[in-house]
Design a protein around this ligand. Structure first.
Ligand SMILES: [Zn+2]
Length: 105
């Protein structure tokens, strides 16, 4: 194998190795909000205006904004996935820079 062929393969291997560590992965954001429950007329927290804390996962898909409720047991995994998502985006930016640099060599 010539040197010019080995170089892109090495970059691909490096990318795959980095990608392997970025799991689970997601794109969006988590926001705390307060919601009324199913008994807003009898619930003390709802009547006082305190309401119930609720974690919302917000993301865009095909240009539209979507919101999903995140259960307490799911928060840590979602936070890790979003952190990995940001790392993946940085990785893609670096790949673009390296690709163009390699095409000019
Ligand atoms: Zn309530």
């Amino acid at each position: 194998m010539s040197n010019t062929q080995a170089k892109p393969d090495a970059r691909r291997d490096k990318f795959r190795a980095a990608l392997e560590k970025l799991w689970p992965v997601a794109k969006g954001s988590l926001t705390w909000t307060r919601k009324t429950c199913g008994k807003p007329k009898t619930c003390k927290k709802c009547l006082s205006g305190e309401k119930h804390p609720s974690l919302i996962f917000t993301y865009r898909k095909d240009g539209r904004l979507h919101c999903r409720n995140v259960r307490p047991g799911q928060e840590a995994t979602m936070r890790k996935a979003l952190e990995n998502g940001r790392a993946l985006e940085r990785l893609l930016v670096e790949q673009g820079e390296e690709l163009l640099r390699s095409l000019r060599d």
